[in-house]
Ligand binder design. Structure first.
Ligand SMILES: Cc1cc2nc3c(=O)[nH]c(=O)nc-3n(C[C@H](O)[C@H](O)[C@H](O)COP(=O)(O)O)c2cc1C
Length: 191
């Protein structure tokens, strides 16, 4: 995008599937904000206020935190999701948020919304299994997920400093490539 380009910046809504303060996945999103290419802005949404999904609650009235999450997804050009891995799967807090956002089926804000995934874990496989699992859920929600690059940040404890800044240069470069690919994916799909 150039100065003469009349289009507004791509607005990316990012969220991480971990609630802990020192979360590597939340740190990844901070790094993504630093690394966003020209013409892209990344807003981080905190999913900690989203209650456990319950269809009875949904029918009685969508909770404000869920409405805010759905509205933020609807307003974004694309999503960036930092996916931790628990027991070879998607952590409950993240799956729960996705389940709320997936309603109503086929008319949810997730339908047609471009998305990209990344994830960090201290282990050797860097969230490969949980990312694959989330991709499967996104088939049902009709959410087109960027195929490549797959950003799997393994041995995460070695890649951030004490202030939570991503210091590993190859990982920073890889996230930069992911964001450029997400911009291209978004423009191709929705602009
Ligand atoms: C209940 C639980 C299960 C976990 N299972 C996995 C796992 O299957 N694979 C993995 O790589 N790490 C696993 N871990 C380690 C997490 O990757 C690690 O706690 C990571 O820091 C969580 O992400 P966060 O830093 O964003 O909070 C597990 C951690 C917990 C608490």
């Amino acid at each position: 995008m150039t100065d003469s380009d009349p289009r507004p910046p791509l607005h990316i809504l990012a969220f991480a599937g971990s609630l802990r303060a020192a979360s590597y996945n939340r740190m990844l999103l901070r790094a993504a904000q630093e690394l966003a290419p020209e013409g892209m802005e990344i807003e981080v949404f905190d999913i900690s206020g989203i209650p456990l999904f319950n269809e009875d609650v949904e029918q009685a009235g969508v909770p404000p935190a869920v409405a805010a999450f759905r509205d933020a997804i609807a307003a974004a050009d694309a999503l960036l999701i930092a996916v931790p891995e628990y027991n070879h799967g998607v952590p409950g807090v993240l799956k729960n948020a996705i389940d709320w956002a997936s309603r109503p089926p086929r008319r949810s804000p997730l339908s047609g919304k471009p998305a990209a995934l990344l994830g960090a874990s201290p282990g050797q496989t860097g969230t490969a299994r949980s990312q694959t699992q989330l991709r499967a859920s996104f088939v049902f929600t009709n959410t087109p997920v960027l195929p490549q690059p797959e950003v799997l940040v393994f041995r995460a404890h070695e890649k951030f400093d004490a202030e939570g800044r991503l210091t590993d240069e190859p990982t920073r470069a890889f996230i930069g490539k992911l964001l450029v690919a997400l911009a291209d994916w978004t423009v191709r799909l929705v602009r």
